[in-house]
Design a protein around this ligand. Structure first.
Ligand SMILES: [Zn+2]
Ligand SMILES: [Zn+2]
Length: 343
């Protein structure tokens, strides 16, 4: 079958042939209809900063499709069911999985990193990773729900536990950050301040529901946030960059008792204020890693109910065009909010 195959970061990603997967007893075979492309794929295939378990490997961890085969132990799914698939094969048995915290599973194998992914005609996945995709949701939208939409949902709803009427700042308004703006609006944030160094990203954030925008520049963003909030600061600061400096800014934006939620991933050390400042203000700093299975179910329900409008945010491309899309993403020249491989 045809797949977008990653060999090494020095070579362009190419379409090639691999053997079609055979599902294990607890797995299903999915005819892939759509697979989202995201920054993680750039890290793997262009920067070489995320090693894969083996090569060549079919890339892609944002799968949506139709069930085309059932393992012998699978009884709750049927051939032809439309599904979205969690981005990783979590184990279902470790303490994290038992608590519904699949994002923290110790034995998780991410599709397209730990095992073959979804930029391919077919993919095998454990049945426990599937969520039913209603007829009203397209496969392209279903694909981006699995990570690009669920990850900011997890940050806003599960990790920040946003309460209606609160004020928030969102630092880094790329794909995930601008989606976080939508969720903050949906869940009733009274004030949504978007910070980015790219004015086009701020325009998109404003369309998504930001009440104020700050173009990151010479003046520290936290000072401008304090000015906008009459010196108080915000209840919640989201950081979608993954850098020491922007995490520092996030904490400095907080009101007393506020919480900072870090979604960005990076390798720098986090710098915190002096102990007496951190404790004296009862600041909180929380990490937010990907999503849990329930988050994916929740966003599917929100889209089905018409609470979240995502049509027009995806742009379909073929398996042959994945490399050019990755180059555009890497260079920050992407013209579409979300590229989706349609198979
Ligand atoms: Zn992704
Ligand atoms: Zn597990």
């Amino acid at each position: 079958m045809k797949a977008a195959l990653f060999k090494n970061a020095q070579e362009p990603l190419q379409a090639g042939e691999i053997e079609a997967p055979a599902p294990q007893a607890d797995e299903v075979l999915i005819d892939i209809k759509a697979c989202g492309i995201c920054g993680t794929d750039v890290h793997i295939a262009k920067e070489g900063s995320i090693p894969t378990a083996f090569t060549p490997i079919a890339l892609g961890h944002e799968p949506a499709g139709v069930i085309a085969g059932l393992g012998s132990a699978v009884s709750n799914w049927h051939l032809g069911d439309r599904v979205a698939c969690y981005p990783a094969a979590f184990c279902g048995q470790c303490p994290a999985c038992e608590n519904g915290r699949e994002g923290l599973c110790f034995k998780s194998e991410i599709f397209g990193i730990g095992r073959h992914g979804a930029m391919a005609e077919q993919m095998a996945a454990p049945a426990r990773c599937l969520v039913k995709l209603p007829d009203s949701i397209s496969f392209e939208v279903g694909a981006i729900l699995t990570d690009a939409v669920s990850t900011p949902y997890h940050a806003v709803v599960r990790r920040a536990q946003l309460v209606a009427g609160e004020s928030v700042v969102i630092i880094g308004c790329g794909g995930l950050g601008s989606q976080a703006v939508r969720f903050c609006k949906l869940f009733g944030a009274a004030r949504i301040i978007a910070v980015d160094r790219n004015s086009a990203a701020l325009e998109a954030a404003e369309k998504a529901g930001a009440t104020d925008v700050i173009l990151a520049g010479d003046e520290p963003a936290n000072k401008l946030v304090k000015t906008l909030t009459a010196g108080t600061g915000v209840d919640v600061a989201f950081e979608f960059v993954g850098a020491s400096r922007t995490i520092d800014t996030a904490v400095r934006c907080l009101r007393r008792g506020g919480r900072a939620v870090v979604v960005g991933i990076g390798t720098e050390k986090i710098q915190l204020p002096a102990v007496r400042t951190f404790v004296g203000n009862e600041y909180e700093l929380r990490g937010s890693m990907g999503l849990d299975l329930q988050d994916l179910k929740d966003v599917v329900a929100l889209v089905e109910a018409g609470k979240l409008q995502l049509d027009g945010t995806t742009h379909g491309i073929s398996i042959n065009a994945v490399d050019s899309a990755l180059v555009l993403l890497q260079q920050g020249r992407a013209e579409h909010a979300r590229y989706v491989v349609t198979v």
